[in-house]
Design a protein around this ligand. Structure first.
Ligand code: FES
Length: 97
């Protein structure tokens, strides 16, 4: 089955220090049809980890914690509505913190 979306969860050092392995596991525990969950290398946003990027949407999430994942899954991946409070301000400046 082709994937409509890909969720990239950084698994490089700074993000790992911010619990990115648990973030990845939380996405893997909440599968959505047509969405591939993938570990990634550094995405260049190391001070804002855990970094999560959703393609092809080009939505960037910053400081994602494992407990944030169900909200991203339900709201973004299932209902196509980004979770404003977690959007990375560098890529989505109107939602700055
Ligand atoms: S370590 Fe995750 S963005 Fe660089």
């Amino acid at each position: 089955m082709p994937c409509d979306r890909q969720v990239l969860v950084c698994q490089y050092t700074n993000c790992v220090a911010n619990d990115s392995q648990a973030v990845l596991a939380a996405f893997q525990a909440n599968p959505v049809a047509g969405v591939e969950i993938a570990a990634s290398g550094c995405q260049g946003q190391c001070n804002m980890g855990t970094t999560v990027r959703i393609l092809p949407d080009e939505t960037w999430y910053a400081r994602v914690k494992p407990e944030d994942v169900p909200e991203i899954v339900e709201q973004h991946l299932k209902l196509n509505q980004p979770v404003d409070r977690l959007l990375h301000p560098r890529f989505h400046p109107r939602f700055s913190f």
